[in-house]
Ligand binder design. Structure first.
Ligand code: PLP
Length: 305
């Protein structure tokens, strides 16, 4: 197949490579019918993966949480990720790796333990949660009434598609004329939002929730940046009232990097613009990325294999 066929993206499904438009999950599979799937997303920017080892390690931990052991080793997975990006030829890409269960064979119990998990992966053009105009003005956030699914029910550290709470919260955000919702937990602390972690800054101290959300890789990068910039960082419960009254708020994710907010529940922060500490972190993040921070160059020759 010519590489042009992969221009919109390339995928790997259970042993086979194909253009992303051909990649599909059978409708009977538990991965689809039961969200019996875990995934991870790593970014490629200017021809290099960002923190590839961290994403592979988190994906391994997520699979362990869901008791999934696919045929592919971590070394295989690494090669698959290089190959899907190389096939697509993309220099900036959103690269997803997923492990899902199929369907029980006829006569087998309908229990996940009897169903083989398999890998799919794909690379598509870079995706961002915050388009340029939103980045410039700052995100408008709101705290939803919808609670984040508790870790006692679904472990948020294992990245998953149990997005019923996030989807419901996003419609609350729409009604409140906000861009995105931040979901609280039943103790009244903020957790995370649909696809991002959150940070608040009060009196120069940066804080991020200790539980209830994903251990984001971009969040980890922010922690490293706080250390470098000499900012005090606290990883602890953040009550909704504290979050609502913060001097600054920003969100962060692979699909967008560090994304400052300018409004929370309609309240304007920093004259309705991204705050100074958030902006400093954002600038340093991209400066370091340009210097090759945690970068792994994509092996574009893998397309030829
Ligand atoms: N929280 C949720 C629910 C997510 O889906 C994501 C990423 O997609 C994040 C947080 C941010 O994690 P990372 O920085 O590893 O992309």
């Amino acid at each position: 197949m010519s590489l042009d066929a992969y221009a919109a993206g390339a995928a790997y499904v259970d042993g086979r490579y194909m253009p992303v438009a051909q990649a599909a999950v059978p409708v009977t599979h538990f991965g689809w019918r039961r969200s019996d799937v875990t995934y991870d997303v790593v970014g490629v920017w200017e021809g290099s993966f960002f923190r590839l080892d961290d994403h592979l390690a988190r994906f391994a931990a997520s699979r362990a949480e869901l008791r999934m052991t696919p045929d592919e080793s971590d070394a295989d997975l690494r090669a698959i990720l290089h190959r899907v990006v190389a096939l697509s030829g993309l220099r900036s890409a959103y690269v997803s790796m997923e492990c899902l269960r199929g369907a029980p064979a006829p006569g087998q119990p309908r229990h996940p333990a009897f169903v083989r998990p398999y890998i799919l992966a794909f690379a598509i053009p870079w995706v961002t949660l915050a388009p340029a105009e939103m980045m410039a003005r700052g995100m408008h956030l709101m705290v939803s009434d919808t609670l984040r699914i508790p870790p006692e029910s679904v472990e948020p550290r294992a990245k998953n598609f149990h997005w019923g709470d996030m989807t419901r919260a996003q419609f609350e955000a729409l009604e409140a004329e906000a861009d995105y919702a931040v979901l609280p937990d039943r103790e009244g602390n903020v957790t995370e939002g649909p696809g991002f972690n959150v940070f608040s800054i009060t009196d120069g101290v940066v804080a991020t929730p200790v539980r209830g959300g994903l251990d984001g890789i971009t969040r980890l990068s922010v922690m490293e940046l706080c250390d470098e910039l000499g900012l005090r960082l606290e990883v602890r419960a953040i009550p909704v009232e504290e979050f609502r009254a913060a001097d600054e708020i920003f969100t962060c994710t692979t699909a967008g990097g560090i994304m400052p907010a300018s409004r929370i529940d309609g309240r304007r922060m920093n004259n309705d613009r991204p705050g100074p500490i958030s902006t400093r972190l954002l600038e340093r993040f991209w400066e370091k990325r340009a210097e090759g921070w945690h970068a792994t160059p994509v092996d574009y020759a893998a397309a030829e294999e």
